[in-house]
Design a protein around this ligand. Sequence first.
Ligand code: SF4
Length: 448
Amino acid sequence: MDIAFQSADIEPALPGRYVYGTPWQRFGLYNSYVVVGSDGRILKMPAHAGELVPGSTEDLVAALDECHGDGFPAVPMTVELDPTYQCTSHDCGGYCFSAGYRSMSPSASIPYLQLERFIREFRAAGGRILRFDGGGDPLAHKGIRSGALVELAASQGLKTTILTSGDLLDRSDLARIAESGCYVRVSLNASTNRTREAFHGNEIPLTRILNGIEELSRLLTNLRSDVPVGATFLLAPINFLEVAEAARMARSVGIRHFSVRRILGPEWLRPTFGKKQSDLLNDLLSEVRQMHSDDFRVAVPYRPVAQPDLNPANGEFCATQCWQSTLKTVAEPNPGGGIQLQLCGRYRGGGVGQRLAMPALVSLPQPMGWVERWQESFTDFPVSRKDLLKTCVSCIDRGFILMVDRLVNFLRHTSGPITILHLDSPTPHEVVEWNSRASSVSAKVSAQ
Ligand code: SF4
């Protein structure tokens, strides 16, 4: 598969702003792929960098290219590595994916040397993207906070990110983390200490977190790095009134990507917003949306805050297989020691935080040989990657699954090189199939 990222003659036919440059330069600026086959076929579909971060379209295409004839990859493209269950935040209002762990005061961590072996094996097998994630807060693990494992991963050629509450930024070696080219994303969730305290369940002042962000941003600027610092804001009734002020605050300390999130999950997991609250929230989100610029990129949910996740088992969306658990995996501490691999973030801890159950893909006392065991899970796990879409009742990764499914189906029917253009489309949710040689749109449907 030959991929070129350059202009094409189709720009006038599919309007919008075409985005070029490095993956970080494109990050947060496009909402669609325009896939152009050498046979003249064109597919426009929803796509955004958030599904891949800190990886890129190039990583996705390369990972698909490396799949075996049976459609199984030799190694995950991405690992979400939870080094520890420990966290300085309590349970983030009960909405943390790990709320079930938090109530048990979990403390299991993966020892440093095991993490090192895990990372080396991942890269040696061809892995690309490493997200230090949680579970707990990755910065609660000394190996991450010191920057040592981030530096190791970067030196091996992995793209890294740390997804953190930010509570321990000022205790972390930010210079080493910045020099490793790591993307740090902080869960801000408030603009006042009172709300932050109520949401995160600790008394760490916001100024301490914001100072850490400002310092990291300064270090990256001094390094002339194009890696941004990001922040998220998870919407709940106790904090939503602060979302616009939090965005302004984030912009003032050097955050360059601000992403507002709905709490995902089945209905019983999510908070309820009244009509008045929903109206207020819509106004605030529109204010945040208007802050979007090339220097401060904003992502705001387009779905109503009350809308539940789609249920694939009920046929609410369809794909040929679960591409999330095909191309990615979650690695977390095994409470009895060692590591366990999970299908996706929904099943961290076997789904304990969500009252959803699924066995671990793999459990190992030591990480040696984990890639091979992960590969075996394609044939020896009780539910196949195809059948997951008839089994899971609430999917948090629908966007990624549909994006990959459409891309794979296009590639299956195309021989020769393709080009992928990144488009900021005025109709981001539309799927358009078009044959440029026949000069006709062959199919135009709304995205699921
Ligand atoms: S919840 Fe979604 S992403 Fe996770 S295993 Fe099920 S289908 Fe795949």
